[in-house]
Structures are given as C-alpha cells and as structure tokens.
Design a protein around this ligand. Structure first.
Ligand code: NI
Ligand code: MN
Length: 227
C-alpha cells in the first residue's frame, strides 16, 4: 500500500486502485506550502473528528474530486450541509464494506466540534482492511487507551498511523505503548511540529520506538512510503 504524507494528520493511502485521503488540513498548514491542495487526489475522504486541523480542506477536495466523505454521523451530516452529497455516516463499533475493502470506526479519547462550533459527536479512528492488501489503523487524535487492545484481537495490522506530538494527543512514549497494544511494529507518526505546543525532537521520538522494538516513520511532507 502506497502511503503519502501531506503534513499534520493528513495522508493518503492507495489501495485497490482507490485513493483514501485522511483528515485533510493543507491550506492552513504553514509547513505544507509545497502541497497544492487542488492537485491532491481522493476517491474517499475519511475524517476522524470535527476539529479544523482535520477537516479544513475536506469540502474543497470533495467538491473537486467527487470523493465520498466517510465520518461519524455528526461530522458526515455537517459535511452534507456544506453541499457535499456523497457522504457516508458511521458510528463507533460499526464497520462497512466499500469497493476498496472494509472500514471500521473505532474508539478514540479526545473531543470533537466542527469549525463553526457545531457538535461533532464523539471522535474516533479507522481500521481499514483493504482487499488482498491487509489492514491498517489510523488512531486520529487520541490518548492511549486499553480499547486499542481490541484492535490487536481483531486485526493483523501492516502498519498504523499514530499521533506523537503530545499536548493535544499522545506523545511518543504513550504512542509506543499504543503500538504494543495494537500489535504493530511499523508506525507512522502524525500530529507533530505543526504548532509550537506539538513540536518534537524527531530523533528522541524515534529512539523511544526503537527501544520498544518498533519503527517510527516521520515522513517529510510530500514523501511517499510503500508498506
Ligand atoms: Ni482534534
Ligand atoms: Mn488535531
């Protein structure tokens, strides 16, 4: 599966001939100036929660690409009110089949409101099981939680995407524990460096993971990696 990092918690995964784009926050991100938001491809846009640093460019990209937006009920309804008709609402514990594979919306511990202050429901993460290519997990914004152990019981993950920036989410220490809970050794770190409170020491974060027998990938914005 080809993974492309667009900065903050935004990335794309190509699988089964489809491009899945997660939590698009590109135009407001000073670190992502090299990315042209109007060139970013998407067949599906998956949103973990309603905060602006996860949904900022969702409507713009969905309008251009016609991508289907997958999110919890409240976020999907809000995206629908912005004029996007291709929306698919889910909620915690539910999974659904799409033409690229299955998506399960799983627990996260965080908060959620939309950019205009509307209620965003409860935040979540996604486990995507691609046809023939295995599963991956995107935690969204979350604290470390024992619920992550349920993911290891149900899925064998090829890789996982975890926040490592601390302050608003887990930091590297807790994310390394999360990697253990979900039974995954290949971790992509996200939600770091974008704002002053979440600036991290890259080498120190990688060392925390390598000490735990895991690998932390901190990709450059625009960089791709094949898992
Ligand atoms: Ni958030
Ligand atoms: Mn966030």
């Amino acid at each position: 599966m080809k993974f492309t990092y667009y900065g903050h918690s935004c990335f794309a995964v190509e699988t089964g001939g489809k491009t899945l784009l997660f939590d698009p926050f590109i135009t407001p991100n000073a670190l992502a100036k090299s990315i042209d938001v109007d060139m970013v491809p998407a067949d599906f846009i998956l949103l973990t929660h309603g905060h602006a640093d996860h949904v900022a460019d969702a409507v713009r990209i969905a309008t251009r690409t016609g991508a289907t937006v997958i999110a919890n009920f409240e976020v999907a309804t809000w995206i629908g009110k912005q004029g996007i008709t291709a929306v698919h609402a889910m909620n915690h514990g539910g999974s659904c089949g799409f033409d690229f594979g299955r998506v399960k919306y799983v627990n996260a511990i965080h908060t959620s409101s939309l950019p205009d202050g509307s209620y965003g429901g409860q935040p979540g993460g996604f486990v995507v099981t691609a046809k023939d290519e295995g599963s991956f997990y995107f935690a969204g914004d979350t604290a470390l939680t024992f619920d992550m152990k349920l993911i290891a019981e149900e899925f064998t993950l090829r890789f996982a995407v975890l926040p490592v920036g601390n302050n608003f989410t887990m930091g590297a220490e807790d994310a390394a524990k999360a990697a253990d809970f979900i039974g995954c050794d290949e971790i992509v770190g996200v939600h770091y460096d974008t704002f002053p409170p979440i600036r991290i020491d890259h080498e120190a974060a990688k060392a925390v993971f390598s000490k735990a027998g895991k690998r932390l990938h901190l990709l450059k914005i625009g960089e791709t990696h094949v898992f």
